[in-house]
Ligand binder design. Structure first.
Ligand code: CTP
Ligand SMILES: C[C@](O)(CO)[C@H](O)COP(=O)(O)O
Length: 391
């Protein structure tokens, strides 16, 4: 198989995306994975989700035989390289088996994902990988069943109410230690509707972790309409606002707006105290609905001690993009008596823009001697950010 996953920073992960079904229940005029949803096919959306994972992963795509060129082209556009594409089988299980045939011995964790679950967030893929590594066994995402479930006879007569407290509606991606999944498929004697069924039949444990409502399977025209409505509701740009304040600490170096300011008193803080970067982080996280800097970057994290603003900005950009947005622009104002900002404004804007991949404008002001900034006790920054749905 074609591998680029970085095995030095985590387990070697492969994601088999099964996209070879015909979509009988959807009834479209093309195979379901190639149906367009708000401008992108279901397969394309699933590939983007894999591309957005924090864990590097090698995709293997299984499609109808006459769609292989199209799938290769999509893979190349999204991953910037050739990805493995195979023709599928007559059932989902056969299609997964085809995909597994390409994996090499170095693969440690295998995820199997339905292209039909096109709105599954990248974060769910990462959570499944982490749970497999931690547990050493199969992991399936699932949601509690909210309807009352009846066991019904062929004539419609209700025989019993099933105890729903013991039920979970399971989704994909389903993840497994590679050896367990490969052995279960090699030994398969039954036809199961999911991979966990085969792994459990082979005698291995499988655990359910919380799934995600967005990972629902597009099966019927109603599901497709629901997905379209979800995306339409999420098509407007979103704005966010963030502020940050740090007091001066004469023993520290001053880092503001991603730049080092020699000869200036620094700012106190767990990290380098870059108020401009931190206000931008809050504005971006807020715009994307991802919480705030304290939620994502805890002060208890030793990796962030003394960290420069670029570390926070890079990770924030990744999170915003993973959540399905791109950054439109950022505007930030620094408030304080010093440093004299105007001479390096352009340099600061270019530095921040290159980290965020979007225009950043920075202004600076004083407060006429009023307040803590006016008294020269510290700096404050106020930022707004615009994020736009779509990658
Ligand atoms: N022979 C098959 C059947 C299904 N799948 C894939 O398995 C996933 C889950 O299957 P489902 O949603 O049931 O898709 P279809 O089989 O295409 O749907 P239908 O049963 O309505 O025909 C889908 O991503 C589908 O493309 C596959 O790769 N090969
Ligand atoms: C694998 C699966 O998505 C888990 O819910 C599901 O079983 C596949 O759907 P199908 O319609 O049974 O093929």
């Amino acid at each position: 198989m074609t591998s680029t996953a970085d095995s030095t920073s985590g387990p070697r992960v492969a994601v088999v995306i099964v996209a070879a079904g015909s979509g009988t229940r959807l009834g479209a005029d093309v195979p379901k994975a190639f149906v367009t949803l708000a401008g992108q096919s279901l397969l394309e959306r699933s590939l983007h989700a894999v591309r957005g994972m924090r864990h590097a992963a090698d995709p293997v795509v299984v499609v109808p035989a006459d769609r292989m060129d199209e799938a290769r082209r999509l893979g190349f556009e999204i991953f910037g390289r050739l990805i493995d594409v195979l023709p599928g089988g007559g059932t989902r299980q056969r299609s997964v088996q085809e995909g597994l045939s390409l994996l090499d011995d170095g693969t440690e964790v295998i995820l199997v994902h339905d292209a039909a679950r096109a709105l599954t967030p990248s974060a769910l893929f990462d959570r499944v990988v982490e749970a497999v590594v931690e547990g050493g066994h199969g992991i399936v995402p699932g949601l509690p069943v909210s309807d009352t479930i009846k066991r019904v006879g062929g004539d419609g007569e209700v025989h019993e109410t099933v105890d729903r407290s013991q039920l979970a509606a399971v989704q994909t991606p389903q993840g497994f230690p590679a050896a367990q999944l490969l052995a279960a498929y090699a030994a398969a004697e039954t036809e199961e509707t999911d991979d966990a069924g085969l792994v459990a039949a082979a005698g291995h444990a499988v655990t359910v972790i919380p799934g995600d409502a967005h990972a629902f399977k597009i099966t019927t025209p109603w599901d497709l309409r629901r997905a379209e409505e979800l995306l339409a509701g999420a098509s407007l740009p979103r704005v966010g606002f963030g502020t940050d304040t740090h007091g001066f600490d004469a023993s520290a170096e001053l880092w503001v707006a991603g730049l080092y300011w020699p000869g200036e008193p620094g700012l106190a803080g767990h990290s380098d105290g870059d108020v401009v970067a931190h206000a931008i982080v809050d504005a971006l996280l807020s715009a994307a609905g991802l919480g705030d800097i304290g939620t994502i970057f805890g002060t208890g994290d030793p990796r962030l001690a003394g960290a420069h603003g670029s570390v926070f900005l890079e990770e924030t950009r990744r999170l915003v993009e993973e959540a399905g947005f791109r950054i439109g622009n950022v505007s930030v104002q620094l408030v304080g008596n010093r440093p004299r900002f105007s001479t390096r404004r352009r340099e600061a804007e270019d530095t921040l823009a290159s980290v965020l991949g979007a225009p950043v404008t920075v202004s600076a002001t004083t407060t006429d001697g009023l307040g803590f900034t006016g008294r020269g006790e510290g700096l404050a920054a106020f930022a707004t950010a615009l994020v736009v749905p779509g990658r």
